[in-house]
Write a new protein. Structure first.
Lengths: 244, 241
């Protein structure tokens, strides 16, 4: 069987700065990967390369066995199968919570508004805010916005979810509600790649931990092994820093 | 001053026709102006070098010379190149070309005001660039550009008086001709002024209406408030405001 996602030796530079250095990584169905590392280590760029928001300079990316690396013309078709959640939520400001969830199914997949509304209601229930369906983004707390953003991504029935520091812009008391939703999804078998600094979440939900530094994947180990202490020195130093 | 004469002017076929002409000039020039502006704004958005040069040259030309000059130029110079257009078409052409330059800047600022992350979010959902512009960027930009476009609408109504120099029978020309024929400047100009004020008032009303239509939150609230609540003032939403 194929891996769901296979990244083979990708390189990416912005100008003179090399952000990704020969990164190789595989993700299997139902797996949850947590990517950690200091800021500027290339974690977000790695995620953005997966759904072709950035194009790599060299190397290959396979999704369900198909080489998608240079499929720029059909990038939008690929992205329909890959959900993404951003640090700043990026809910569409002119639409209510339910409409945010409905937009892509209705406009891209041509689903009827009634069907899409049913799906939106279900998904908002799943992320624990069915009562906010008619609220607009600026009427929601950060935690609520991020949960709507997760529902919006799920509405396309993605095969893979990418979370780009989903709780970094949240007040501490709201982090938990978002992480709980993500952990539930992972437990239900949603394949996920999560860039985060939340080590509690990593311990709880990750199958594998990937540690990046200066554009390189330094370590990629099963979660229990990683937290069991069998880690490389640079990863340990980083862990010591963020765990104080 | 004779109020009866003002009323007579207001209802005279000449004035009604002049007012219609002014309105037609304004609306036609605005429509074409917005279209030109939208094309220019989207060209700039695409960030190709040729596009940037072309739009900058356009803005430089049409913002850099007086509209009155453009009107006279188009009306008098095009025929020498064998292009014969009616005075009305020349008027709409000149006003639209000029308006397009200002609209381009307004629309560009609106498009730029929509955060980059919103575009990324649209793309990440699987939208093509066109879908992303249509469903994510333009609806949000429309709300932002509405007040300056309202300004332009009212400005255009008044700008249209300039085309009297190429003998388009619009409101001001009619008023001026009537006044000098009857020697009743006060009455004739008052009648024209009343028409201008009525039309600008209507435009302001239209702007307010559009702002409600384009603001999903206001729209939703209007729906939520029942008529009785609005009349009795018992709604919380009203009390908060």
């Amino acid at each position: 069987m194929h891996h769901l996602l296979e990244i083979v030796g990708i390189n990416k530079s912005f100008g003179a700065t090399q952000v990704l250095k020969t990164c190789t990584l595989t993700v299997d169905p139902s797996e949850t990967l947590v990517v950690i590392g200091p800021s500027g280590s290339g974690k977000s760029t790695l995620l953005r390369c997966v759904n072709l928001l950035e194009t790599v300079d060299s190397g290959d990316i396979f999704f369900e066995g198909e080489n998608i690396t240079r499929a720029r013309r059909t990038a939008h078709l690929l992205r329909r199968q890959i959900g993404m959640v951003f640090q700043n939520f990026e809910l569409f400001a002119h639409l209510s919570a339910a409409e945010n969830v409905m937009l892509a199914p209705v406009k891209i997949l041509g689903m009827s508004r009634a069907d899409a509304h049913d799906i939106a209601v279900d998904l908002l229930r799943k992320v624990q805010i069915p009562e906010k369906a008619d609220a607009f983004p600026d009427e929601l707390s950060g935690g609520q916005q991020q949960r709507v953003a997760i529902a919006r991504a799920l509405a396309m029935r993605p095969k893979l979810m990418l979370y780009d520091e989903p709780t970094s812009a949240l007040d501490p008391e709201m982090i938990r509600e978002v992480l709980d939703v993500m952990a539930t999804l992972s437990a239900e078998g949603m394949t996920s790649i999560v860039v985060t600094h939340e080590m509690g979440f990593a311990r709880r939900a990750a199958d594998r931990i990937v540690f990046m530094e200066q554009g390189e994947i330094i370590e990629s180990a099963p979660s229990d092994q990683f937290f069991g202490g069998a880690v490389n020195d640079r990863a340990r130093r980083f862990l010591d820093q963020i765990l104080h | 001053m004779s109020i009866e004469l003002v009323l007579k002017y207001l209802t005279s076929p000449n004035f009604v026709h002049g007012a219609e002409m002014t309105l037609l000039l304004t609306i036609a020039s605005l429509v074409f102006g917005v279209l030109i502006g939208l094309v220019l704004a989207l060209i700039q958005e695409s960030q190709t070098r040729l596009g940037t040069v072309v739009t900058l040259a356009y803005l430089w030309l049409f913002r850099g010379t007086p509209v009155l000059f453009q009107i006279i130029f188009i009306y008098n110079v095009l025929p020498s190149f064998g292009i014969r257009l009616s005075a009305f078409v020349c008027a709409v052409l000149a006003l639209s070309l000029n308006e397009g330059a200002y609209m381009a800047e307004i629309l560009r600022s609106g498009l730029q005001a929509v955060r980059k992350g919103q575009r990324t979010a649209g793309l990440a959902l699987g939208m093509t660039r066109t879908e992303m512009m249509r469903y994510v960027v333009i609806p949000q930009a429309a709300r932002i550009v509405l007040p300056p476009i309202g300004n332009q609408m009212i400005g255009m109504l008044k700008l249209s008086a300039l085309v009297s120099v190429i003998a388009v029978e619009e409101l001001l020309l009619v008023a001026n001709q009537t006044a000098s024929a009857d020697f009743r400047y006060f009455e004739a100009l008052t009648a024209a002024g009343i028409y201008y004020l009525a039309m600008t008032t209507a435009f302001m009303g239209l702007q307010t209406l559009l702002e409600i239509v384009l603001d999903p939150k206001k729209r939703q609230r209007m729906r939520r408030l029942s008529l009785t609540e609005r009349m009795l003032g018992t709604s919380k939403a009203l009390a908060v405001r």
